[in-house]
Design a protein around this ligand. Structure first.
Ligand code: C5P
Length: 229
């Protein structure tokens, strides 16, 4: 895969008009568009049609967390929408993760969110784990056993996840910042694009550093360059 194909842009915008202008602007400069809670709540499936019409692929990041049957049925609808990637919360447990994988029917790759990149060591201790990385790896192993295709983790844990699960299990890493001076916003576990890739990330997810850049296309190109091409 070329570096640009590993770059996922988080389309964190409030309405279909802003989504459309970013999709038209960035279609050749990023690998996938990630549709999350804000945009999907605002537009429903129409934004997915818009992305497909632009000839691009999408990641539907709804972070499902419910009883297994509900998750299975929701994931079946997501798979029929043509999503390349979709998320569920690993905290939902093995039965829910198995149901998600079953609902996706091999059409959509299911990623389990291990520990949000906005969380830190105190959150891991509150969940009864010794550290964030211990909790991330334990949840990654659980997700793999349940038939998921990969996890969402930070670049700080990607190498440990790969060591525990093998190279074919996907690591998708948000919490990317171009340098320390850029500010973390609400993220806690942040790394640079080149660090995430060198730690084994298959894809990186970037929102605000591209969305809020003066020139989003130039920012995306610079990130792809730093990812190795
Ligand atoms: O703007 P920023 O680059 O921080 O955006 C990161 C994106 O990745 C957001 O859309 C957020 O919902 C998502 N995400 C995350 N941490 C996770 C899973 C998803 O930040 N564990």
């Amino acid at each position: 895969m070329k570096p640009v194909e590993r770059l996922i842009f988080a389309l964190d915008v409030p309405d279909i008009k802003s989504a459309e202008s970013f999709v038209n602007l960035l279609a050749g400069s990023v690998g996938l568009f990630k549709v999350g809670l804000e945009l999907f709540a605002a537009t429903g499936p129409s934004v997915l049609e818009l992305i497909k019409k632009a000839g691009a692929d999408f990641f539907l990041d709804l972070k499902l967390h419910d009883i297994p049957k509900t998750v299975e049925r929701a994931m079946a609808v997501i798979a029929n929408s043509g999503a390349s990637l979709a998320t569920v919360h690993a905290a939902g447990g093995p039965a829910m993760l198995e149901a998600a994988a079953k609902g996706a029917k091999g059409k959509t790759r299911v990623l389990a969110v291990t520990v949000l990149t906005s969380q830190g060591e105190e959150d891991a201790r509150a969940a009864g784990a010794a550290s964030v990385s211990e909790l991330v790896v334990a949840r990654a192993i659980m997700a793999q056993k349940a038939g998921c295709h990969g996890v969402i983790c930070s670049g700080l844990e990607a190498a440990k996840v790969k060591a525990a699960t093998g190279p074919g299990f996907l690591c998708v890493c948000p919490g990317i910042r171009l340098d320390a001076s850029q500010g973390k916003d609400d993220q806690v576990r942040v790394v640079t694009p080149e660090n995430a890739i060198s730690q084994g990330a298959d894809y990186i997810v970037i929102g605000r550093p591209i969305r809020d850049a003066k020139d989003p296309v130039a920012a995306a190109r610079e990130i792809a360059r730093r990812m190795g091409g």
